[in-house]
Design a protein around this ligand. Structure first.
Ligand SMILES: [Zn+2]
Length: 115
């Protein structure tokens, strides 16, 4: 059990909201989108215009309801973070700045992902 928890921590999602990511597997492979939401407990992320599914919605005061296209979350291991300098999906590493702030760094160009 302890091992499992440790493992889970290690496999933590490195993505953040508003990150640009590329889908690397599944039916949406090759598509690029912006991270809208992260479900940490489920290890899934919601990406703009990726993995759209048809959903039935009940009519509300604001909408008529019916069938709408909505994004469904995908597992974070199916996507890679895009580096704005490399214009490619890259692996990242963490670095600590002088003020102890943790920043993400591109393994390819060694530049900061976070500004
Ligand atoms: Zn880079």
């Amino acid at each position: 059990m302890l091992w499992e928890m440790h493992y889970m921590n290690k496999a933590k999602c490195r993505l953040k909201k508003d990150d640009k990511v590329k889908v690397i597997s599944g039916k949406e492979k090759g598509k690029i989108g912006k991270v809208l939401k992260i479900y940490h407990k489920k290890n899934r992320i919601l990406i703009e215009n990726i993995n759209k599914v048809k959903k039935h919605e009940k009519p509300t005061d604001k909408s008529a309801g019916g069938i709408v296209d909505k994004e469904a979350p995908v597992h974070w291991s199916n996507v890679m973070l895009m580096c704005s300098k490399c214009f490619a999906p890259v692996r990242i590493k963490f670095q600590y700045q002088d003020d102890n702030k943790k920043v993400r760094v591109c393994r390819k160009c060694n530049d900061f992902i976070d500004s």
